[in-house]
Design a protein around this ligand. Structure first.
Ligand code: GDP
Ligand code: MN
Length: 349
């Protein structure tokens, strides 16, 4: 009987082997989402190729592309050719990528000039500010995303280092997760001087939105008095759209937006998302994808376990793993979440 059961288990495991048809009914309502410029096409198809090879060729999830100007035919043709699921292309409505009428343009220009002199990264960029405001408050309102519950954000130039052989969206759904990340890091204070003051004001006026078992201790070392600058790096996100659609997040974004901080300072969508996730969700709804080898810019996540890297055909060097390095918030994450760090961690500080 035992043998029979084992055989059955083997058989049912075999059925889980992904194939287009079998997976059709197990799929969740999920899509990739990429905001990109036409000029980033080459870097983007490299990223798509890796996401497809490492994950999506087994699952064929859709891909939504968004842009503040029309995509070129070349962009559409090339990205469609690279993806295994359906592709959709959206032109961002003007209201989602422009100055609200209450913004003092002169004051905003002066702020950019000052940040330029202080050599703050993207300090003088107008488009970067529209991008951060869009990623904070509007991407999830785009009508192309209406039919989905889940998204995975992909940027041009990113790399996926290891095979991902399970359905990450289904994993999130089945485990009651809401927000998933790979890399966490400290923000530059000069980009968000008043973000925390405003957040505190919002909390005080709207205490009903704060989750009981929240993750405040990840973003604050003094019980909420000050922000420790930790945030999830939002160029990678696997998350539930319904969180951004919730009343708590909408109200929070509307309040932040009304202060003008996206333009008078240079608030990133990463700290905005991360603060919201850490305050409005019970912490068990946050998931760290420690098993996703990932690169964006100068930072890498490379799984530290050698056997894991072999088993998942990783193409990365754990010496480059950022998780436990100085500027990362990885240690803070493990400690506050009450998780055991991987045994290898101390060798990669
Ligand atoms: P960084 O990761 O903070 O250095 O910022 P990026 O330059 O990578 O921008 C973040 C994301 O927004 C990327 O997916 C970019 O392709 C996209 N992006 C940035 N600026 C613009 C823009 O002006 N137009 C469009 N369509 N996409 C943009
Ligand atoms: Mn980027």
């Amino acid at each position: 009987a035992l043998e029979l059961r084992l055989q059955k288990e083997e058989a049912s495991k075999a059925q889980l082997t992904p194939s287009k048809d079998i997976n059709q009914d197990k799929r969740v309502k999920a899509t990739f989402v990429t905001l990109a410029r036409n000029s980033e096409l080459k870097e983007l198809i490299k990223a798509i190729r890796q996401v497809e090879d490492r994950f999506n060729h087994k699952f064929n999830y859709d891909w939504v592309f968004l842009n503040d100007v029309e995509f070129t035919q070349e962009f559409i043709d090339h990205t469609s050719a690279m993806t295994s699921g359906n592709t959709k292309y959206g032109l961002i409505p003007k209201e989602h990528w422009s100055y609200p009428d209450f913004i003092d343009l002169d004051k905003a220009a002066k702020a950019r000039q000052k940040m330029k002199e202080e050599k703050i990264i993207y300090g003088d960029s107008e488009s970067y500010r529209h991008m951060c405001r869009f990623e904070s408050g509007f991407f999830w309102q785009n009508e192309l995303l209406d039919e989905y519950d889940w998204y995975w954000r992909v940027e041009p130039g990113i790399q996926i280092y290891c095979d991902i052989d399970y359905d990450v969206f289904k994993f999130m759904e089945d485990n009651n997760k809401v927000y998933g990340f790979t890399i966490s890091i400290h923000e530059f204070l000069a980009t968000i001087p008043t973000l925390w003051e405003h957040t505190k004001k919002f909390i005080k006026e709207n205490p009903q939105y704060i989750a009981e078992d929240n993750f405040m201790d990840f973003i604050s070392n003094d019980g909420g008095e000050s922000y420790n600058l930790c945030h999830f790096w939002s160029n990678f996100e696997i998350a539930n759209l319904n969180f951004w659609r919730s009343e708590a997040y909408r109200k929070y974004f509307e309040y932040l937006d009304s202060t003008g901080g996206f333009f008078y300072e240079r608030w990133g969508d990463a700290p905005v998302h991360s603060i919201a996730v850490s305050l409005f969700l019970p912490k068990e709804k946050i998931h760290y994808f420690h098993d996703v080898g990932y690169n964006h810019g100068v930072y890498h996540q490379c799984p530290l376990n050698t056997q894991f890297r072999y088993d998942h055909k990783c193409l990365c060097n754990p010496d480059n793993d950022f998780t436990f390095r100085g500027y990362s918030c990885g240690k803070q994450y493990y400690n506050v979440m009450g998780l055991e760090k991987p045994i290898e961690w101390s060798k990669y500080q």
